[in-house]
Design a binder for this molecule. Structure first.
Ligand SMILES: C[S@@+](CC[C@H](N)C(=O)[O-])C[C@H]1O[C@@H](n2cnc3c(N)ncnc32)[C@H](O)[C@@H]1O
Length: 300
């Protein structure tokens, strides 16, 4: 049995609230149109080319939790994280685990990220057996490839994973980026997350993909430097993590940051300016990827 919490969300906050709920214990989150089936219904959010400005006027964030989750705490913390003074109005429904699994499976098809990189749910046959196929099932941790921020990182890894490079996937969630890096030819790949459950999921996903990742929770100090560092977290943690993440980039190494909305890009660039010069590498549906290279010689 699961608990499905349906929150009424201001369209401008639905996306951020979904991410915050994922970070505070939700197993899966989706956003839909609270006006669906009425005259006010709007097209599906997330259709290619739609900007966040075209979010539904009244969104519903549907978050699935384990029955033993402290819901009051999870909802309060997630709401506060996106600047809400109180938890938005919500209802709770019990959902049979089996129904949810079937429903989820029917909603997810393989996703083509680049010409030769696909994300394929385990219940699907890979559409292109010769491509790099990441076997990932949606649900238990953020990072199934459908989100623009993940896609921006996968595209960057495709272009920046030269054979044997070491990679740090900071905020690894499902492990999708680290797994992709290994399959793209990286050498040692390390995944770190604040959430123990995410680290467990990443370990399981790595095993299903037959790849090896070094995984750790972020409470443990992270040592060494990496030739590629990729972090798909929200703007505020990314800004706070600037000294830590920048210090993990080897001289001549490259950094990519995702989880940043276009309007927040300048703020994040400013936070990293003392360490690494970042520029906007790509944008997708209102999200940006910031990227930069650490000079070979430290600038004193
Ligand atoms: C948006 S998800 C990204 C998951 C995956 N890397 C992807 O690109 O799809 C962000 C992940 O970062 C983790 N996270 C958030 N703040 C963090 C922090 N301060 N240190 C480490 N991980 C963090 C969350 O638990 C979550 O799994």
């Amino acid at each position: 049995m699961w608990l499905s919490v349906i929150l009424q969300a201001d369209a401008t906050r639905a996306e951020a609230l979904s991410e915050a709920l994922m970070e505070h214990g939700a197993l899966s989150v989706s956003i839909d149109d609270a006006d669906a089936g009425t005259d006010a219904e709007k097209p599906q959010f997330g259709e290619p080319g739609m900007s966040p400005a075209s979010l539904w006027d009244h969104s519903r964030v549907v978050a699935l939790f384990d029955t033993d989750t402290d819901l009051a705490q999870a909802l309060a913390t997630a709401s506060a994280a996106v600047g809400l003074k109180t938890v938005p109005p919500f209802t709770i429904e019990e959902v049979e685990e089996q129904n949810w699994v079937q429903l989820t499976q029917s909603q997810f098809d393989p996703i083509r990220i680049t010409e030769h990189l696909w994300i394929v749910p385990s219940w699907h046959v890979a559409p292109d057996a010769g491509a790099i196929n990441l076997v990932l099932d949606p649900g238990m941790a953020f990072g199934t490839g459908s989100h623009p921020t993940t896609r921006l990182c996968l595209e960057w890894l495709t272009d920046n994973t030269q054979p044997g490079v070491s990679v740090l996937d900071y905020g690894c969630g499902s492990g999708i980026l680290g797994i992709a890096a290994v399959k793209l030819g990286a050498g040692e790949v390390t995944g770190v997350d604040i959430d123990e459950k995410a680290v467990e999921t990443a370990a399981n996903n790595a095993a299903s993909n037959g790849v090896s990742l070094h995984l750790q929770v972020s409470a443990k100090p992270l040592e060494g430097t990496f030739q590629r560092v990729v972090a798909n977290i929200l703007t505020n943690p990314l800004k706070m993590l600037a000294p830590l993440l920048a210090a993990r980039v080897a001289p001549g190494g490259r950094l990519a940051l995702s989880g940043v909305l276009e309007a927040q890009a300048e703020d994040v660039i400013a936070a990293y300016a003392p360490y690494i010069a970042l520029t906007v590498g790509a944008t997708f549906d209102g999200w940006v990827r910031l990227q930069g290279e650490r000079p070979e010689q430290a600038v004193s």
